[in-house]
Design a protein around this ligand. Sequence first.
Ligand SMILES: Nc1ncnc2c1ncn2[C@@H]1O[C@H](COP(=O)(O)OP(=O)(O)OP(=O)(O)O)[C@@H](O)[C@H]1O
Ligand SMILES: [Mg+2]
Length: 221
Amino acid sequence: MTGPVLRALGLRRRFPHPSGDVEVLRGLELSVDAGELVTVSGRSGSGKSALLALLGGFDSPDSGRVLLGGEPVDGAPPWHTCAVLPQALGLAPELTVAENVALPLRLQPGGDRDGIDARVAGLLGDLGVGALSDRYPGEVSFGQQQRVALARAVSGRPKVLLTDEPTAHLDAASKPAVLRLLRRCANEGAAVVVATHDDEVHAAANRRVRLADGVIMAASG
Ligand SMILES: Nc1ncnc2c1ncn2[C@@H]1O[C@H](COP(=O)(O)OP(=O)(O)OP(=O)(O)O)[C@@H](O)[C@H]1O
Ligand SMILES: [Mg+2]
């Protein structure tokens, strides 16, 4: 029997603030299986991004644990294990669009140049930004950067994909390709967690949950 790929157990996270500490996560529990796309909704400031930072090993909980493949997460795992598309994207400005997307593949052992180039071109083409391959992130729009950052997150076929508001800057025409790609990642076996306010993303999910009062609740509607 295989258990969940990703588990959050009793996560607590408090941030200091001059007017009183904010306890953002209060014993949060979440399990995500391989092949499952879970969307996390919740009001602005409810802690969705804070949760993804903990799940991705970029932040540490005050108490509780994150397990990835049954092993405790201690620092950010390699991209082919867990890839993160943060709200702020985090593209490398000195690398071209194509070089950014290729980065996780180049960091994996055994990748051949032609295979990497084909994967990068395929992803960028699927997302409608293939013509931008040789530009630098500063030379493309934010919505285009967002799709490039998604292509980079998925290029190494990670076991876990964490994405934060991946459709926030997209127009209606660009969104279906992003939804298809997220769905494809889950269908190919990744555990996918998407923080989003977007009903169209929720509609593509296997399961919708809501973050409120520092814990996960079943989403309504
Ligand atoms: N590093 C930090 N230091 C202090 N406070 C923080 C930090 N990170 C998050 N917070 C606080 O934690 C709360 C949750 O923030 P978070 O960014 O996770 O919300 P969110 O649900 O992602 O909101 P949005 O929908 O606007 O992206 C907020 O009150 C925020 O101010
Ligand atoms: Mg956020």
